[in-house]
Ligand binder design. Structure first.
Ligand code: SAM
Length: 444
């Protein structure tokens, strides 16, 4: 039988200390160890759970440890995270199993000297009825930081941008796993047929109020094993990204450029909206991601996507387009549900990032004809990468004007912002955090 705790330990080590991404590291471990069913679920729950609660767990461990967190050997600390996580958040794991398995794990990992230390902390915690203190709410930054496991610098910036209440909503919204949202490929099927077929496979299927041709799936098992997936009847994409493509508004027979396109979700969505008529130029700077887009387009029976390797911050010519999408690389604060580890990577150079985003925007409009549409988007909540970029762009480009976004029923602006901007916060509409701005080059 697979030792899932030991595999989780290994995955966490890779994510926390070797810069691996959680989803990829979990996936690799599942294949390497040949895991299935409950083992996969347990592994995901442990890894995502610990990453999502790391600062909370540290705060509690500190209350029971005689050694400072920074002085605890990395492998031992991960055993403690895992043990504490099971004791606090996993009702189905008996306390005795959480403690004993943690001690056993120390021995398996040859952390012989640590096993007594781990045993004492976890046992004392259980003996104390799992009592722990949280920071005083008078210091709201520290309190949010510990309760929602986000660095204080992140909490401070979010409160400055969104205020305390919306920040708390957003932070609460990044806990737990996101829904699996799919876009129906209306080139091959329709929503009610797909729903019926997926339900027959045992999936629970829900509508999304503001997206006509999309569904949320749960209990669907491994998505890429479903026949409807393999036959290209849908693709997976978060609702916020789908809404972004909806706002881009591609029409049949138009020409579209998607300058930061991989893995291709918004290009695929647009191609379906366009009934596979017209042309979509989907570019990305990373070669290995180009093939991914091509594979997806093929599976969905889409023929109008033309992929190419291209640096969007370069002056390379673009075809004359009706619409252009700059879905730029960003700090990713809106997708912490999917990549919980992002919040601990505090070394992002924000100035370099905003410089790149701004230059992608400026280079992408060089060949954009008058009266064409430009959409700029990010999956972050940082004002510097969102509203500030757009304000500067409009100031420096008087030939562009904001185009009010027509929102579908079921969704509305959450914050006060220009009608051509839309900010989505996790925890409000069960979407990723996202920013979309729609502009138009003035007609001549
Ligand atoms: C936010 S993701 C795009 C997601 C995509 N639009 C979708 O809907 O699936 C940003 C993408 O930009 C790409 N990228 C980063 N720097 C780039 C550059 N200078 N030129 C073109 N693409 C770039 C990254 O490889 C990444 O795939």
């Amino acid at each position: 039988m697979a030792n899932v705790r030991s595999i989780a330990h290994n995955v966490l080590y890779r994510v926390l200390y070797e810069d691996a991404y959680s989803a990829i590291a979990i996936n690799n471990a599942v294949h390497k160890e040949n895991l299935s069913g409950v083992d996969v679920s347990f592994l995901s729950a442990l890894v995502y759970g610990v990453l999502e609660r790391k600062l909370t767990l540290e705060y509690i461990i500190r209350q029971y440890s005689s050694i400072r967190i920074k002085k605890i050997e990395k492998g031992t600390l991960i055993v403690l995270y895992l043990g504490m996580y099971q004791l606090i958040y996993m009702d189905k794991v008996p306390d005795s199993a959480a403690v004993n398995e943690s001690v056993k794990l120390c021995k398996q990992l040859r952390l012989y000297k640590s096993s007594g230390f781990v045993n004492a902390i976890l046992r004392n915690f259980v003996r104390a009825d799992k009592a722990y203190c949280l920071p005083d709410q008078q210091n709201i930054v520290k309190y949010f930081s510990v309760v929602y496991s986000c660095p204080e610098s992140m909490v401070t910036e979010l409160i400055a941008t969104y205020g305390q209440d919306l920040t708390e909503k957003a932070l609460r919204g990044i806990l737990g796993r996101p829904p699996i949202t799919v876009r129906v490929n209306t080139l091959k099927t329709d929503k009610s047929t797909l729903r019926r077929e997926l339900e027959k496979q045992g999936a629970t299927v829900d509508d999304i109020s503001f997206l006509e041709n999309s569904l949320n799936l749960s209990a669907a098992g491994s998505i890429d094993q479903l026949p409807q997936y393999r036959e290209g009847h849908f693709f997976v994409e978060d609702a916020a990204s789908q809404l972004c493509a909806e706002i881009l508004g591609a029409q049949p027979d138009e020409t579209i450029a998607d300058v930061c396109a991989a893995p291709g979700g918004k290009s695929l969505y647009s191609a379906i909206r366009m009934e596979n008529r017209g042309a979509i130029y989907s570019y990305d700077i990373h070669e290995h991601k180009i093939k991914l887009m091509e594979d997806n387009a093929r599976r969905l029976g889409i023929s109008i996507i033309r992929t190419a390797l291209r640096d969007a911050s370069s002056a390379c010519e673009l075809p004359a387009c009706d619409r252009i999408l700059c879905d730029v690389p960003c700090s990713g604060w809106g997708i912490l549900r999917r990549k919980p580890e992002i919040r601990y990577k505090t070394d992002t150079n924000i100035d370099n990032l905003t410089k790149l985003q701004y230059s992608i925007l400026c280079m992408s409009i060089k060949d954009l004809p008058s009266d064409s549409v430009l959409v700029y988007s990010t999956c972050t909540l940082r004002k510097k990468e969102n509203h500030d970029i757009i304000s500067r762009f409009l100031e420096e480009h008087p030939d562009f004007v904001g185009e009010p976004i027509k929102l579908p029923e079921g969704i509305d602006h959450i914050i006060e912002e220009e009608p051509y901007c839309l900010t989505l916060l996790p925890g409000v509409y069960d979407t990723d955090g996202f920013f979309i701005a729609k502009l138009r080059r003035r007609p001549t």
